[in-house]
Design a protein around this ligand. Structure first.
Ligand code: UDP
Length: 239
């Protein structure tokens, strides 16, 4: 454990990061890559909680814009995050990592209900815990879920896995070539500069809980391990 900087983590995987080049659905190659990356830090003894997004399948906001009732559309988004969680569980089991899925919306035939104490016990026993269903409440996001679960399980850090982007930039680097990457920020910077890191609710909760967040590119092999070992890749955001 000597080279490990963080003992217990929350890994936030957006739906987009599971979708592969098509940008939608679940790509088995991406799941397999991610599972191997998670295994590499599991092997170091790191306790890992994963919060899955659902944007690769459904976003409540999109449904609301199409005329759906917002809460109904958000519940559909929460269900999407559970499908992603089950896909990741399958990927992790294929590489021999013991895993439990816990959902904020009860679905006993497919996963355990979210029980904080039980989640912590799983972590202590070396099981990766995947938190599905977001917070269980409409109008929230899985970024807020990551901030919330991190506080509940007393995580040392939140790792925000990005799809092809290696940190937080002053503007979208795909559109603006003059965009510069930040090495360090505070959550207050994120809010005041309106940086597209996480929504305001998630930022303000992270500010209160003071748990650092690291934004990094999960597509590059070995990056999760580098972050865990304290290498300065990506952008660190402090509370
Ligand atoms: N969602 C929700 N409450 C939560 C978490 C998620 O209502 O606590 C819904 C919301 O509709 C959201 C969707 O689930 O659009 C997918 O989550 P999110 O957008 O956070 O996924 P990501 O952008 O990380 O893929």
């Amino acid at each position: 454990m000597s080279q490990v900087k963080y003992k217990r983590i929350i890994l936030k995987v957006s739906g987009e990061a599971l979708a592969g080049p098509k940008g939608v659905g679940i790509d088995p190659i991406v799941i397999s890559h991610l599972a191997k990356e998670i295994k590499s830090i599991h092997n170091l003894g790191v306790e890992i909680g994963v919060v899955c997004g659902g944007g690769n399948m459904w976003r409540g906001e999109t449904g609301a814009k199409l005329g759906m009732e917002r809460s109904q559309a958000d519940y559909m988004g929460m269900l999407a995050t559970i499908m992603n969680g089950l896909a990741l569980q399958d990927g992790l089991e294929h590489v021999g990592v013991p895993t439990r899925v816990q959902t904020s919306i009860e679905m006993r035939q497919v996963a355990e209900p979210y029980i904080r104490r039980r989640a912590v016990r799983h972590l202590e026993k070396g099981r990766v815990v995947i938190f599905g269903g977001g917070t269980g409440n409409p109008y929230f996001s899985t970024d807020t879920t990551a901030a919330l679960r991190a506080a509940e399980i007393d995580a040392d850090v939140i790792l925000m896995a990005k799809n092809g982007v290696d940190g937080v930039y002053s503007a979208d680097p795909k559109i603006d070539p003059s965009a510069t990457k930040y090495d360090e920020l505070t959550q207050l910077d994120v809010i005041s500069k309106n940086l597209k890191v996480m929504d305001r609710t998630a930022s303000s909760l992270s500010m209160d809980t003071d748990i650092p967040l690291i934004v990094f590119n999960v597509n590059t092999e070995g990056n999760i391990k580098k972050v865990i070992e304290g290498e300065n890749i990506g952008t660190v955001i402090r509370g």
